[in-house]
Design a protein around this ligand. Structure first.
Ligand SMILES: [Zn+2]
Length: 136
């Protein structure tokens, strides 16, 4: 019996054969699709490859009589893993995967609201600025 955990092991195992450079957070080229110089970051399987592979395996499992609810390739853990990989790789490589698959996902983007209040100045000396103003 194959489970989602085995699928995750399989996906991690595949990483060692990857050809896609995925930069670490500490890498100076993090977020650059075309780094100007080599760096020691590991090569991983690209998310698109993993996603396509899982999609094929999931379909094959059900084609061979597997029940969808017991499909290890459709397990929640596998879906979460793929989503994590996608999110990290899109950041690390500066590639937005959302362009390909048009899914209207309302992402709560932190909109920089223009502060209309007068407290935009440094708040570190907020307690002393008013008192010093009255002293001078
Ligand atoms: Zn790197």
């Amino acid at each position: 019996m194959c489970s989602g955990a085995h699928v995750l092991e399989f996906l991690r195992y595949l990483d060692q054969f990857g050809k896609t450079k995925i930069h670490n957070h500490s890498c100076p080229f993090f977020g650059l699709p075309n780094p100007p110089a080599p760096c020691p970051c590991p090569l991983r399987q690209a998310w698109g490859s993993l996603d396509a592979l899982i999609g094929r395996l999931r379909a094959a499992y059900e084609e061979h009589g597997g029940r969808p609810e017991a499909n290890p390739f459709g397990a929640r853990a596998v879906r979460l893993y793929l989503r994590e990989v996608r999110d990290f790789q899109s950041k690390a490589r500066g590639v937005s995967y959302d362009k390909k698959r048009k899914r209207p996902k309302p992402r709560p983007t932190p909109v920089p609201t223009p502060t209309t209040s007068t407290t935009t100045t440094s708040t570190t000396t907020s307690g002393t600025t008013s008192s010093s103003a009255t002293l001078s």
